[in-house]
Design a binder for this molecule. Structure first.
Ligand code: ATP
Ligand code: MN
Length: 463
C-alpha cells in the first residue's frame, strides 16, 4: 500500500492501485450493506469516496467511530466508481480511527454555516470547503508571486517588521515596547522616557517595507519584499486588516511606465497561475461565492488595463450621472465608491490611475514638472477598488527635502533615506500590493477576514 495524497488519486489513480490515505471524515452515509465515507486531506476540494462493506471485521464498531471530523487512515483498492460525480473510489480494507469527533458537539456538521459563525471557530473553519479552497488559492498565489519575481531576476529582500521610522503618517502605527505599562518611566518634563525602552527610542510595527526596499534596490537593481505589515486601522471594513501581507517590488533605473507595465504583467501572471493550479477551487468560487470570478480572471488575463490620469478620472466622475456620497472635485482623494465606479461600471476592467495631486500623496513620490501632481499610480479592480498603490520615487535630493519639510517631518530622521539621493541616485519606482485584497479579488470572497487564516482586526485576535 502506498500512501498517497487524495488530489493525486483523483487525478491519476487507476483501478486496482493499492493505496493508503489519511485525512478527516467529511460525511458518512450508511446503507444496508455498506457505508460511504467522504475523506478529505486538504489537498483538494473533492474528497475520496471510501466504501466500507459490512463484512469488514468490527464493522459496526468502526462505523460508530467514523463521524464527521474524525481523523482516519484507510488502506484499500481503488475501483472505478459507479456513482456519478467521481471517476474513482476506494474499497476500504483496513481502517484506523486516530481520533474521533463527537457528533453531539463537533460544530461542523453537514449544513452550511455563515462566514460570521465560522470566524468564531477559527481553529476548525479551515476544514470547510470554502475556507479550504481559499487557503489553497492563497498558497498557489504566494508561490506564484515568488516565481514571477525569481524568473525575472528580482531578489527577495527581508525588510524589518520592527522599525523606528514613522513615515507613512502617524495614527495607524502599533507601538512596540517592553516598558512596564503599569509603571511607565517619565522624563523631567513628564513625557515617556523612551531612553529606557528596549531600543532607546520609540519603535513600531512596520506599515510598509518600501523605504528599506529602496535601500536594497540601490544595490541589487530589482528587489521585492513579501511579508506581513501592520496597521492600527480603526476602520471596521471588509477590506482592512490590522495585520496583512504586502508584496512590494522596487526597481532601480525604472520610471512610472515601467512600474505600470510590471504591475499589469504581474497580475496577469498570478491569475493565470492560480487558474492553472486551482481550477477546481476557482470553479467552486464562481458557482458558490460570486458568479463573476471566472469572467474577472479572464478579463485580467486577456484585456489590457485602462490607463488614465487622476485629472481624467475626476472629469469622468464629474460627467457621470451617478450621485456619490463623497462629491468629487480636483484635489480630493478618490474614495472607494469612485474607484469602484471607474473599474466596475465605466471601464469594466482594471484601471490604472496616475498623476495624483501632490497634496494627497506621500512625500517620496516624484514631483512632476507641473508642480501640482506626483507620479503616483493606483490599480483599481472591479469589485474591490484599490488593489495596488505605487509610484516613481523622488530621486532628486533638493526636491525630496522640500517635500519632507512641507509635510512637517524632521529631515534628520530620514538621514539615511536622503543619503540614497546623495550617493548614486537614479530614477526608481515600485508598488505595494495587498496580498489579501488580491486573494479576495481572485476568489470573490466578500470579507477580507475570510481570506487569511488568522485575521487581526479591532477587538479580534482570538486565534
Ligand atoms: P486604502 O485606501 O484602501 O486604505 P491605502 O492607501 O492605505 O489603502 P497603501 O498604503 O497604498 O494603501 O498600501 C498598499 C496596498 O496595501 C493597498 O493597495 C492595499 O491593497 C493594501 N492595504 C492597505 N491597507 C490595508 C489593510 N488595512 N488591510 C489589508 N490590505 C491593505
Ligand atoms: Mn489605508
Amino acid at each position: 500500500m502506498t500512501l498517497r495524497r487524495i488530489v493525486e488519486i483523483l487525478r491519476t489513480g487507476q483501478p486496482d492501485d493499492a493505496v493508503t490515505i489519511r485525512g478527516w471524515v467529511r460525511t458518512k452515509r450508511e446503507l444496508k450493506d455498506f457505508t460511504f465515507v467522504d475523506v478529505n486531506d486538504g489537498s483538494s476540494l473533492t474528497g475520496l469516496q471510501v466504501v466500507l462493506n459490512k463484512d469488514l471485521p468490527s464493522y459496526a464498531d468502526i462505523i460508530a467511530q467514523i463521524n464527521t471530523g474524525a481523523a482516519v487512515e484507510v488502506s484499500g483498492q481503488l475501483v472505478a466508481s459507479l456513482g456519478k460525480g467521481q471517476r474513482i473510489e476506494m474499497q476500504g480494507q483496513t481502517i484506523t480511527v486516530h481520533g474521533g469527533a463527537d457528533p453531539e458537539t463537533y460544530p461542523l456538521q453537514k449544513k452550511r454555516h455563515s462566514f460570521e459563525f465560522l470566524r468564531t471557530i477559527g481553529h476548525l473553519r479551515s476544514r470547510t470547503n470554502t475556507l479550504g479552497a481559499v487557503f489553497r488559492v492563497r498558497n498557489a498565489c504566494a508561490n506564484a508571486i515568488h516565481q514571477f519575481f525569481q524568473e525575472r531576476g528580482f531578489m527577495w529582500v527581508h525588510t524589518p517588521l520592527i522599525t523606528a521610522s514613522d513615515c507613512e503618517g502617524a495614527g495607524e502605527l502599533f507601538a512596540v515596547t517592553n516598558l512596564d505599562l503599569q509603571n511607565v518611566p517619565k522624563t523631567k518634563s513628564g513625557d515617556v522616557d523612551y531612553g529606557q525602552d528596549f531600543f532607546g527610542r520609540p519603535a513600531y510595527l512596520t506599515v510598509s517595507g518600501q523605504l528599506e526596499a529602496e535601500i536594497m534596490a540601490m544595490a541589487f537593481s530589482n528587489v521585492y519584499t513579501f511579508g506581513p505589515t501592520f496597521r492600527a486601522e480603526n476602520s471596521n471594513t471588509s477590506r482592512h486588516l490590522a495585520e496583512f501581507w504586502m508584496v512590494e517590488p522596487e526597481m532601480a533605473f525604472c520610471n512610472l511606465d515601467g512600474n505600470m507595465d510590471l504591475a499589469e504583467q504581474f497580475l496577469k501572471y498570478l491569475f493565470q497561475r492560480v487558474l492553472d493550479q486551482c481550477l477546481e477551487d476557482m470553479e467552486f468560487f464562481n458557482q458558490r461565492i460570486s458568479d463573476t470570478v471566472l469572467s474577472n480572471a479572464d478579463a485580467i488575463i486577456n484585456s489590457q488595463f485602462e490607463r488614465i490620469t487622476y485629472t481624467e478620472a475626476i472629469a469622468l466622475l464629474e460627467k457621470s450621472d451617478r450621485t456619490f456620497e463623497y462629491p468629487v472635485s480636483w484635489g480630493l482623494d478618490l474614495q472607494s465608491e469612485h474607484e469602484r465606479y471607474l473599474a466596475e461600471e465605466l471601464f469594466k476592467r482594471p484601471v490604472i490611475v496616475t498623476d495624483y495631486p501632490v497634496e494627497i500623496k506621500a512625500f517620496y513620490m516624484r514631483l512632476s514638472d507641473d508642480g501640482k501632481t506626483v507620479r503616483a499610480m493606483d490599480v483599481l479592480a472591479p469589485g474591490i477598488g484599490e488593489i495596488i498603490g505605487g509610484s516613481q520615487r523622488e530621486e532628486r535630493l533638493d526636491i525630496l527635502e522640500q517635500r519632507i519639510q512641507a509635510q512637517g517631518m524632521p529631515l534628520e530622521d530620514l538621514w539615511w533615506y536622503r543619503d540614497l539621493r546623495r550617493y548614486g541616485t537614479v530614477e526608481h519606482a515600485g508598488f505595494g500590493l495587498g496580498f489579501e485584497r488580491l486573494v479576495q479579488f481572485m476568489t470573490g470572497m466578500a470579507n477580507i477576514r475570510d481570506v487569511i487564516p488568522f485575521p487581526r482586526s479591532p477587538l479580534n485576535a482570538e486565534f
